[in-house]
Design a binder for this molecule. Structure first.
Ligand code: SAM
Length: 243
């Protein structure tokens, strides 16, 4: 399923204020990404899809840098990053076609690359924005992500698995760290699952509004298929160096 960036933008604009208290798995992903970075100093950093700055806050505690560029398709993100970063450049717009003259030693992004319609093309584009020996560090999700939602609604993104990502990367990058793990959350009821997805911007999977009947049908089928009310995340962590 291909996702319209405008839909993603609208959903995240609405969920920004509630995002961090619900982004439990995204926080674990950010920690892992930072933990496995090979250096603690990067002359110039480009963060893509910074959102409310969950990764930004954690990253600047761990690394030092001279220049920081933060991007998000939602311009309102700047209000958040202004409070976190002193001297930086905010680049609003689609991360797949940024207009920027700088070159970077670190391109980093948490929980955003899964929206890209063509990962290979995006990585080629970032290769062109990187300095020699530059590092690209990102997290995304495997096809097992939200398998409960996929089985009940058919809605899912075109996630790549670990081996597909390895193959795409190996053409231009030396892989330094690659990991896929599952993290299962449990909820009190199916409505709480829907609320969780809304608050983390994930309902960008569909532009269709559900009526009462569709919500009730979803809740009934969720309880029947997943009596423990689980929701499975399947993140992939990637760190690679430009060859
Ligand atoms: C799940 S949030 C992650 C936010 C943050 N990186 C974190 O660590 O929690 C995804 C973010 O990516 C942004 N985003 C989605 N597609 C984008 C695109 N094509 N270009 C730039 N930002 C995008 C959304 O607006 C949202 O802020």
């Amino acid at each position: 399923m291909q996702i319209d960036p405008k839909l993603v933008k609208n959903q995240f604009k609405k969920s920004l204020d509630n995002y961090e208290e619900n982004a439990i798995v995204q926080a674990i992903m950010a920690d892992k990404l930072i933990e496995h970075l090979p250096f603690q100093y990067f002359s110039s950093v480009l963060e893509l899809g910074c959102g409310s700055g969950l990764l930004t806050k954690k990253l600047i505690k761990k690394i030092t840098y001279k220049k920081y560029y933060a991007n998000d398709i939602v311009e309102k993100s700047k209000i958040y990053t202004d409070k976190i970063l002193d001297d930086y450049v905010f680049l609003g717009g689609n991360a797949q076609r940024l207009q920027v003259n700088a070159r970077f030693n670190l391109i980093i992004s948490n929980a955003m690359f899964q929206w890209f319609s063509n990962l290979e093309k995006a990585l080629l584009y970032y290769k062109g924005l990187m300095n020699k020996d530059g590092i690209i560090a990102f997290t995304t999700f495997s096809p097992d992500n939200f398998k409960e939602i996929k089985s009940l609604t058919g809605l899912t993104l075109e996630y790549k698995n670990l081996e597909e990502i390895r193959e795409i990367l190996s053409k231009n990058f030396e892989i330094l760290y690659l990991e896929n793990f599952d993290y299962t959350m449990t909820f009190d009821n199916p409505l709480a699952v829907l609320a969780h997805m809304k608050n983390t911007g994930v309902n960008a999977l569909s532009s269709k509004l559900w009526g009462i009947k569709e919500v009730k049908d979803f809740c009934d089928r969720y309880k029947e298929a997943y009596p423990n009310l689980t929701l499975t995340y399947s993140p992939i962590i990637v760190i690679a160096r430009l060859k």
